[in-house]
Write a protein that binds this ligand. Structure first.
Ligand SMILES: [Zn+2]
Ligand SMILES: [Zn+2]
Ligand SMILES: [Zn+2]
Ligand SMILES: [Zn+2]
Length: 280
């Protein structure tokens, strides 16, 4: 079996581009694994871990010794963090539209209160009679042409005016302020499943596993990115206990020998950890 793994690593080292960090070996390999899923799915994730370190070793030194040394030192950790961003959900009040129909009007128009929608108002010149008395002579009212009514000055004869509550019948949704989605009290958070050979990261994870203590800051974690490989990365959302601070990393699980599996993206993840201690 070990020979088979080493042979696979040797073959892969010939087609994988030169890596600057071990992470890049895994990124290239995962790309191949997704393309040839049927073949790679049959290889246990534990063996793929070995392949990663052997390929790195071959690329760095031309032999497998460095890889064997690193494999003796590795541990796995599930580290999570959030960045203070609340998870958003579609606004239930407006179904994500950001606006609702105005209940004062029909498509932005309301009945003119001046003419009650008729569009006309009584001619003031003739007081509605259509006629004007002048020196005993009866003349047709020139203002209304004898009709007794003129177009309503408020609505110009349309019978309707613009609704001043809304815009074309749409009201901005108050619940989401027009965004279409609303904050929940859950945070967006990130899970990093890593394999590391770095003494400091291993020590921090070991002493803070499932603890309320910070494992390291996000800054420190990023700074040490050459000292671990992120095997799997997932985004989710949860309501956290108050002690979980933003931009700090916490270790939910630490093990030398976890149960590994592939997720749908052919990333390597573990199922035997639990976030319940941090999430409500
Ligand atoms: Zn809304
Ligand atoms: Zn309206
Ligand atoms: Zn009117
Ligand atoms: Zn008139």
């Amino acid at each position: 079996m070990e020979d088979k793994i080493k042979r696979l690593a040797t073959n892969l080292a010939e087609i994988i581009p030169e890596p600057k960090e071990p992470q890049q070996v895994w990124d290239s390999l995962r790309f191949l694994m997704r393309e040839q899923r049927d073949y790679f799915q049959k290889i246990p994730p534990e063996n793929i871990i070995k392949v990663i370190f052997y390929v790195w070793s071959l690329k760095e030194t031309g032999n497998l010794k460095l890889g064997e040394k690193m494999l003796n030192e590795i541990s796995f950790a599930l580290i999570f963090h959030h960045e203070g961003n609340y998870h958003k959900e579609t606004c239930g009040h407006c179904d994500g539209q950001g606006s609702i129909n105005c209940d004062e009007c029909d498509s932005g128009k309301i009945e003119c209160s001046e003419c009650n929608g008729g569009g006309d108002e009584t001619c003031e010149e003739c007081d509605g009679s259509g006629e004007i008395e002048n020196d005993g002579e009866t003349l047709t009212c020139s203002e209304c042409g004898g009709e007794g009514v003129v177009s309503c000055g408020e609505c110009g004869g349309d019978g309707v005016v613009e609704c001043n509550q809304c815009s074309y019948g749409n009201l901005t949704c108050n619940d989401c302020e027009g965004d279409g989605d609303v904050d929940t009290n859950e945070y967006e958070f990130f899970e990093h499943f890593i394999v590391t050979w770095d003494g400091y990261i291993k020590y921090r994870c070991e002493i803070t596993e499932e603890d309320t203590d910070i494992t390291m800051s996000e800054y420190e974690f990023d700074k040490r990115s050459a000292e671990f490989i992120t095997l799997g990365f997932e985004e989710s959302h949860a309501k956290f206990e108050p002690w979980v601070k933003e931009n700090e990393m916490y270790c939910a699980y630490y093990s030398d020998n976890p149960r590994l599996k592939y997720n749908s993206e052919m990333e390597i993840v573990t199922s035997n950890y639990n976030l319940n201690y941090a999430a409500k």
